[in-house]
Design a protein around this ligand. Structure first.
Ligand SMILES: Cc1cc2nc3c(=O)[nH]c(=O)nc-3n(C[C@H](O)[C@H](O)[C@H](O)COP(=O)(O)O)c2cc1C
Length: 329
């Protein structure tokens, strides 16, 4: 069992990585069905929340069936982050996560996200202030460091643990790497093996199959594994990994019929949560990923990604089932 403050997770929890514009309530609903043990909202700007910005406020929507779920916040000013935590608390999340990992220039250059690596005392002070401001467990998601010369995640984790965080999720890349190269898990393993560290350490980066997940648990001894990009178009990866961890075997592949069924549920939730047409627009990237690689799919794909009418889209999904139903993915 893994404990993040008062949150109790099974052994070897599988965690859905927060992803802007992807891990919204409809996608989280699907991932939960396939066994995601812990989830986060997309990152939310503290300044956006304070300004009552619509996009930021909408991202606070969380539902009981998603628990345990955390709200992820980012910002460069301590006071704004503390105020944002208070706003976020009204949504009643199970924990608050601070994003110290976002590499996007506009955010990091201002000193938020991974930009915090450039000012460790501010990073620690912000964390202390947030821990003090809430009774909820506070967690951090971050990277290995700013760049190759400064991969200081071992020291950063010690200081953040001392500041009171209850778990740390580490993406095995530096800010400078963005998403390039392979994620390096050796330093994540060092953090885990540091006798000073008692909080759960969650490893993240490039886990894309049951075999990699199992290898990362075995090699680096992490408490949990966080999966991002590999869940997009393949949210059943949680089930595949869990089955492999428990039995050492692979689950049979899904058929297109199965995928159409889950795409329909996902689509329904998206429209329910976001209304029309937004719920339709936001499904397009998912449709594209669910049906990637289908042969002779171009014409259907164009219709699927341009039509706005919900019933018509459901009709296209039925057509896909009829045409490709038994095909395995
Ligand atoms: C489209 C996209 C959006 C992301 N948005 C966030 C975010 O909002 N908050 C965050 O902490 N990380 C975000 N990330 C980083 C992921 O959570 C994760 O750390 C990264 O993708 C590496 O994991 P993976 O190799 O399993 O994808 C995002 C990544 C992608 C690809």
């Amino acid at each position: 069992m893994v404990k993040i403050g008062n949150i109790v997770l099974r052994d070897q929890p599988l965690i859905l990585a927060p992803m802007e514009d992807i891990t919204d309530p409809s996608f989280r609903y699907i991932c939960k069905q396939f066994g995601a043990d812990l989830m986060y909202t997309e990152f939310i700007s503290s300044d956006g929340l304070i300004r009552d910005g619509r996009k930021s406020m909408r991202k606070l929507d969380i539902f009981d069936y998603e628990r345990p779920i955390g709200i992820q916040l980012y910002g460069h000013l301590i006071d704004s982050m503390v105020e944002a935590v208070q706003i976020a608390e009204r949504s009643n999340p199970d924990f608050i996560d601070i994003n110290f990992g976002c590499p996007v220039k506009k955010i990091a250059d201002r000193g938020a996200g991974a930009g915090m690596f450039r000012d460790m005392s501010q990073m620690v002070k912000m964390t202390e202030a947030i821990v003090k401001a809430t009774k909820l467990p506070v967690t951090v998601k971050t990277r290995l460091g700013w760049d190759d010369e400064k991969k200081n995640i071992v020291e950063v984790t010690e200081r953040l643990q001392d500041a009171g965080i209850k778990s740390i999720a580490i993406h095995g890349r530096t800010r400078s790497q963005l998403y390039k190269g392979r994620a390096d898990w050796t330093l994540i393993g060092e953090v885990k093996n540091n006798p000073r560290i008692t909080i759960p350490v969650i490893g993240n980066g490039d886990v894309d199959s049951p075999q990699t997940a199992s290898e990362m648990f075995r090699k680096y001894g992490v408490d949990g594994i966080m999966i991002g990009r590999a869940t997009v178009g393949r949210p059943w990866i949680f089930k595949e990994i869990r089955y492999f961890l428990e039995t050492g075997k692979k689950l049979p592949p899904l058929t297109i019929n199965d995928i159409v069924d889950l795409a329909k549920v996902h689509f329904k939730k998206s429209v329910e949560c976001k209304g029309e047409p937004r719920g339709v627009y936001e499904m397009r990237r998912h449709f594209s990923n669910y049906f990637r690689g289908l042969p002779h799919f171009k014409e259907t794909r164009i219709r699927l990604l341009t039509i706005l009418d919900v019933n018509e889209i459901t009709g296209i999904l039925d057509e896909i089932s009829e045409k490709y139903g038994g095909l395995e993915m």
